[in-house]
Design a protein around this ligand. Structure first.
Ligand SMILES: Nc1ncnc2c1ncn2[C@@H]1O[C@H](COP(=O)(O)OP(=O)(O)O)[C@@H](O)[C@H]1O
Ligand SMILES: [Mg+2]
Length: 326
């Protein structure tokens, strides 16, 4: 196993402050704490070469898990081992073997160009010149970013910057790559390019990748196996296709009407939002086509959108299913 956790638990200690200045002063002398368990008794085993997806609603504990696996924060209890190391010790030999990219945080220097940043990392990680050049050429080619290399990082678009973040993370040939929401906020084209890039890195280089994303498309198209986290607990660990087949059972439909309409919801559907000019409701995938056709005949629509089920509702179904089984 390249990664192993055993009853991994993280409890954050939060300082509670009473409202207002008076409250602040009072709190200084009478400190009150609350505790928040972000991850509890988490067991996970990942084999070398896997591309595994971590999904779950906001606040589920995904980032907390990634931070512990990369040594950014220490666990409250439990065991973990990554590449045979205890990440929190941050030994140099360990640091050279993994990389982490967080969508919300940058490793680049905004005043420098990407080319200069790459050179800095080469020195920092002691990457041999030939290896550095070979890697750089390879990544720059798949991402088609030659022309952007000498541009100041601050002027890059979000998608362009994320490509540079991935390149910088991979220059030293890490065995494991942790990605926390790398495609957040990116347009569809950039998302797709990043997906293709990651697929290539996993397949051709054998890099083990742990990806958190709340875009289900990322997980579906890349990860054979996925782990679903909810309120700090693992509620699913297994085949991604099977998960979506079983639990992604609905589509979300939004209809806008040309004039005020008294909409009657079709059978087996559930309403999410309704007003005289717009309705949003969930339709079972199995007969969604049929329902959409009949609605288009029945009402005068100005717009219609069909979306996939969100992660929140998928998680809810897994959760309810577990309650029934217990
Ligand atoms: N530094 C922190 N201090 C206190 N609570 C935190 C801290 N970081 C995260 N949390 C809480 O822990 C829970 C899990 O957060 P996080 O791991 O960021 O979830 P996710 O990445 O799945 O959205 C949330 O309830 C969050 O508010
Ligand atoms: Mg997160």
């Amino acid at each position: 196993m390249i990664i192993e956790t055993n009853n991994l638990t993280k409890t954050y200690k939060l300082f509670e402050k009473e409202a207002g200045l008076k409250g602040s002063i009072k709190s200084l002398f009478n400190r009150k704490f609350t505790y928040k368990t972000a991850l509890s008794d988490f067991n996970l085993e990942i084999k070398e070469g896997e591309f595994i997806g971590l999904i779950g609603p906001n606040g589920a504990g995904k980032t907390t898990l990634v931070k512990m696996l990369t040594g950014i924060i220490a666990p409250t209890s439990g065991k973990l081992s990554v590449l045979g190391y205890h990440p929190n010790k941050l030994e140099n030999a360990f640091k050279k073997q993994y990389a982490v990219v967080m969508g919300q945080k940058s490793q680049l220097f905004f005043e420098l160009s990407s080319a200069d940043t790459f050179l800095l990392f080469k020195e920092l990680y002691g990457i041999p010149r030939e290896e550095f050049q070979r890697n750089l050429d390879y990544f720059v080619k798949i991402f088609e970013v030659e022309k952007l290399l000498n541009v100041q990082v601050r002027t890059l678009s979000l998608g362009e910057r994320m490509k540079m973040e991935l390149i910088v993370a991979l220059l030293h040939n890490p065995k494991v790559l942790f990605l926390d929401e790398p495609t957040i906020g990116l347009d569809a084209v950039a998302q797709k390019q990043i997906r293709m890039f990651l697929k290539e890195v996993n397949e051709k280089r054998g890099t083990t990748i742990i990806l958190t994303s709340h875009y289900m498309e990322d997980i579906k198209s890349l990860c054979k196996r996925c782990v679903v986290v909810n309120r700090g607990e693992k509620i699913y660990d297994g085949c991604t296709d099977a998960l979506f087949e079983k639990y992604q059972t609905h589509r979300k439909i939004s209809l806008s009407f040309l004039e005020e309409t008294n909409f009657v919801i079709p059978e087996n559907c559930t309403m999410v939002e309704q007003n005289p000019l717009k309705v949003i409701f969930m339709v079972p995938i199995s007969n969604s086509q049929e329902i959409i056709y009949s609605l288009m005949k029945k009402y005068t629509l100005s717009d219609i959108t069909i979306e996939e089920d969100e992660i929140g509702s998928v998680v809810e179904r897994i959760y309810n299913d577990r309650l029934v089984k217990q």
